[in-house]
Design a binder for this molecule. Sequence first.
Ligand SMILES: Nc1ncnc2c1ncn2[C@@H]1O[C@H](COP(=O)(O)OP(=O)(O)OP(=O)(O)O)[C@@H](O)[C@H]1O
Length: 447
Amino acid sequence: MALPPLPAQRTLLLLSSRLHAQMPFVLRLGSLGWQVHHFADLPSLKCFLHDRDDLVAAAGLIDLRDLGSEEAVAELTPVLSHPRLGCVAMTDARTIADDSMRQLVRDCCFDFVTLPCPDDVLDTVIGHAFGLAWLGRGTTYLPHDDAGFGGMVGESPEMRSLFRLLRLTASNDAPVFIAGETGTGKELAAMALHEHSARAGKPFITIHCESSAPGALLSMLAGHEQQRGRIESAHRGTLFLDEADRLPLDSQAMLLGLLETGRLMKPGAEDGIPVDVRVISASHHDLEAAVAEGRFRADLYHRLSVLRLQLPALRERGEDIEHIAHHARMKYASEYGRRIKGFSPCALRQLQAHAWPGNVRELHNRVRQAVIKAEGRYISASDLGLNNEDALPALTLDEARAGAERDAILTALRRNRHRIGESARELGVSRVTLYRLMNRHGMRAAC
Ligand SMILES: Nc1ncnc2c1ncn2[C@@H]1O[C@H](COP(=O)(O)OP(=O)(O)OP(=O)(O)O)[C@@H](O)[C@H]1O
């Protein structure tokens, strides 16, 4: 089979905290026909790859010079192994002398260059890396470790096991009940299930059960003899019942009939009509309590919850907070045309300390407003509306000193565009000490 020609414009993903888009190095690559996307830190690159599941092939140019820690290597490994990326590592003599870096390059990169390196060597190597990725295009990209599903983002163990469950659930047609507090992503999960099922491309109809009066909801769902209702509109697709615990009893009886017989009985009609829908329902209220109180039919409850999924509250999965916040920052910064690079250390601490009663919805709303309001390149705690000192946990003196040390390092790194030598000089320590301190504080190259 003849291979199609390589595209004229090739994508290059550049991960470097030292280089930036306007530098001659990057501009030269642009003039050679590369469409260069620059990322100052790993979370930004991850967000980009997560959002671009239409990416066919790209070369990755990964600056390893500031990524000295084992933790950074562990985080980079799955990203560099993305099947549509052909990666080239940029190193220097010190970096490539490090065992874990050498292993990373060996395992995950097509090649490496040691800087400074002649332009023609670099051009050849990234050209080959792109060609390799292009040959591998069309391979299905399954996130290496279940770190996402549909538009859902999450890296915590709770979310990873939820994503695995959602994948399994998408492949069958049984009714699903999704429980979880408000804003945890129940509707998003229902849409993701639909999109990953054989019903993708067919209608996905959402009904907010609490918003209509009893008779009105029944006629909206079932229609009348001469009029189609929403259930018929969902034929061959998915019907999503939000706030299902609020379903009035007349609608409950009609739905039970539909689930038992596969036929829709319209009010006043003598015969049911066949309708093929998958029913997904959700509630942030306790459906068992509604059954116990007689507000919800037990037989319908059992029919609806053949499969049951529980979405964890955001405060129960702290490690997702920063990840989702970065994802939201990227999304809204690009939507509003703002160049926002990240969150200040204090903002990050407040994000962790907040209780998130509105869960992911609240996090998105706060980040969206902060992106609009932020005056600098970094979102502050007050941009997020989270400057409540009382919310921060009480600290011992040792913890407070460690926090101050971390803040000073972050500030110096930011001020010096993440150049380790200059940051170390400003902090009055050697480069080795700075690397050691960054390791101790679990810092990546750009924060
Ligand atoms: N894991 C996630 N990753 C990214 N965005 C998310 C995630 N979970 C929720 N969101 C976003 O949070 C917002 C609220 O999600 P959604 O409407 O699905 O929540 P819900 O649980 O159905 O809320 P409610 O119970 O109030 O109806 C949406 O903007 C959604 O895109």
